[in-house]
Design a protein around this ligand. Structure first.
Ligand code: IPM
Ligand code: MG
Length: 354
């Protein structure tokens, strides 16, 4: 097949990790006879420097016209003093909203050879850990009005959800659970928030369409606790935008290696933006030490979810597994007895394993 991919390498380590992922993408193309045409566009801090805007219209247009988007990371200390609406992070929110990517899939998986990296006791992790956070991505408090009073002495952020917004993300979570361990844990704060009561009501109604999938509900504070107390009880965690932001960071840490975790942000028609869940890590940018595996694994998610290329996606994941079964590690996942390599060498190792 022939596909067009818009690439937002972004800031910090973004360009380095994206370069490795694109090497892997083109190798998969060659191996399986696909043509992936890549177009680089600017967003985030680098776009502010070049154009004055964090998300130029031309970037959004190119992304809209593409078949999928690959994103490295945006942001950095250089732009941290800009007002909220002008910050690089706004580019990410603009892409999510502008492309209609309401469904964020964040798998937190422990890779067997990296089991020791988890800060949790081995008996809590068990034979592995595999939680999929399904985060609503274009609604809630992120996209409600953010208001500061005229005298500057008070502020409010509006959290809003509509039934259709909850229904569509719930269906994505139940569909995902069907392909996994058939359990959805919906997370809300229904003991306090009206949006959460609507969330719980709606999710419960949608669950009736999926009698083969078990549903339970946790308040978000309890969910945060259960995630470290007994993560094995969780399969798919379905939640709204801000709770998902917080819980997915927590979930990533229990795998012990945030440098390993990919993500997909999807729309109902399968179009998606793919990115590692870690940030731009400005402190290690340009040093050839960042872990490119999360971005490489994001390519695997792109092949699977947007292009339906299951064999190709598995080929990448198997290549990563093969590399991890050997001694090579980037610094963030290195342990005694392993050999530390840089970003490029890790990308090359995956290529060789492919
Ligand atoms: C994430 C990030 C973003 C978010 C920031 C950078 C706006 O934390 O993707 O989880 O809060 O959604
Ligand atoms: Mg976050």
């Amino acid at each position: 097949m022939k596909k067009k991919i818009a690439v937002v390498a972004g800031d910090g380590i973004g360009p380095e990790i994206v370069a490795e992922a694109l090497k892997v993408l083109s190798a998969v193309g060659e191996k399986f006879g696909h043509e992936f045409e890549v177009e680089h566009v600017l967003a985030g801090g680098c776009a502010i420097d070049a154009t004055g805007e964090c998300l130029p219209q031309s970037t959004l247009d190119t992304c809209k016209a593409a078949d999928a988007v690959l994103l490295g990371a945006v942001g950095g200390p250089k732009w941290d003093t800009l007002p909220g609406a002008k910050r690089p992070e706004k580019a990410l929110l603009g892409l999510r909203a502008g492309l209609g990517l309401f469904c964020n899939l964040r798998p937190a998986t422990v890779w067997a050879p990296l089991k020791d990296a988890s800060p949790l006791k081995p008996e809590i992790i068990g034979e592995g850990l595999d939680v999929l956070v399904v985060r609503e991505l274009t609604g809630g408090i992120y996209f409600g009005d953010h208001i500061r009073s005229e005298d500057g002495q008070s502020a409010k952020d509006i959290m809003a959800y509509s039934v259709p917004e909850i229904e569509r993300i719930a269906r994505m979570a139940f569909d995902a659970a069907r392909k996994r361990n058939k359990k959805v844990t919906s997370v809300d704060k229904a003991n306090v928030l009206e949006t959460s009561r609507l969330w719980r009501e709606t999710v419960t109604r949608i669950a009736a369409e999926y009698p083969d999938v078990e549903l339970n509900h946790f308040y978000v504070d309890n969910a945060a606790m259960q995630l470290v107390r007994d993560p094995k009880q969780l399969d798919v965690v379905l939640t709204e935008n801000m709770f998902g932001d917080i819980l997915s960071d927590e979930a990533s840490q229990i795998t012990g290696s945030i440098g390993m975790l990919p993500s997909a942000s999807l729309r109902e028609d399968g179009f998606g933006m793919y990115e590692p869940i870690h940030g731009s890590a400005p402190d290690i940018a340009g040093k050839d030490i960042a872990n490119p595996l999360a971005t490489i694994l994001s390519i695997a998610m792109m092949l699977r979810y947007t292009f339906g290329l299951l064999e190709e996606a598995s080929a990448i994941e198997n290549a990563v597994a093969k590399v991890l079964n050997g001694p090579l590690r980037t610094g963030d996942i290195a342990t005694d007895g392993t050999t530390i390599v840089g970003t490029k060498a890790m990308g090359d190792a995956v290529l060789a394993a492919l």
